[in-house]
Design a protein around this ligand. Sequence first.
Ligand SMILES: Cc1cc2nc3c(=O)[nH]c(=O)nc-3n(C[C@H](O)[C@H](O)[C@H](O)COP(=O)(O)O)c2cc1C
Length: 357
Amino acid sequence: MASLLFSSLSIKNTTLKNRIVISPMCQYSAIDGFANDWHLVHLGTRAIGGAALIIQEATAVSPEARISPSDLGIWKDEHIQKLKQINEFIISQNAVPGIQLAHAGRKASVSAPWKGNKKLDFAQGGWQTVAPSAVLYHDNEPFLPEALDKNGIQKVISDFKAATKRVVEAGYKVIEVHGAHGYLLHQFLSPLTNVRTDEYGGSFENRIRFTLEVLEAVQSEWPSELPLFLRLSATDWAEGGWNPEESVKLCKILKEKGVDLIDVTSGGLVSHQQIPVKPGYQVSFAEKIKKEANILTSAVGLITESKQAEDILENSQADLIMFARESLRNPNLPLSFAKELNDEIQWPKQYERAKIK
Ligand SMILES: Cc1cc2nc3c(=O)[nH]c(=O)nc-3n(C[C@H](O)[C@H](O)[C@H](O)COP(=O)(O)O)c2cc1C
């Protein structure tokens, strides 16, 4: 019997040939936001490897939205050309190109992981970060984030809108807004990082306002026949933080507003989080949101084996499975998984002589 992992899924006008998605992964390899051959080969290799959807790393909507100075960006028209080339290659491999649009908020202005992931002060090429409230992530950081005023909020929203216009021009077929891992949208959602007293803070309705306004701006440019995802941390793994019940409540609203799928992850907001990491540790959140908000979900996080992924789909816990680190270890993961699940899938013709019999 054919596996569920290799069954197709249509979301609006886009058909994914299987349920395997490459999770967005920062490469810290851009200069001034520009993509280059590293990104082409990194993303292109995974398209060759058989994944249905390749979601490009957190891509900044403005220079100050970057996590590190070497993040990808889409804040100017000049960024489009190389991104378009990458997307055309992904499409030529019968895969779908997606992008994650992001703003890092108070977690911006840090060095790449291999340079220590340290807050960069202004002398080191860092920049003033922004956030819903002037609350530090780590006690030892050199400066406070600036609390966004109303104009600042409007600027970020219009940055998302302008970036989305470029996303369309660059030929992406799926857009994912980054609302997770303690970045700006998540900072507004959680009472641990949002202590505002205006209409963007306090009650649940006020804390979700910024996320809804960003999504509305994205939707004003994004073709309604193409899929729109939101990545959401279902819990902060910290007392008094954003939690699974609020996630379900938000996702019910998002479904009504036309979001197609919730990419369910967790944590990343506060340094004192306590995450019980184990295989598939976030799957139960994808299941809860799928069942209680009645919306498509993807599961991610320590999913490394074909049988594990197949079981998640069989148990109706999620609709798509995202792979990050395992796809770095094995870019041809889908080709290997198909063999393990006895599924016949098309290999790139150039690789057919290597097909394992
Ligand atoms: C190198 C690397 C870069 C990452 N960058 C991003 C990113 O840009 N956006 C994001 O939402 N998650 C990012 N993540 C998190 C992954 O998308 C994924 O959610 C996480 O690694 C758990 O999945 P895994 O166990 O399959 O690795 C990154 C992870 C890695 C390993």
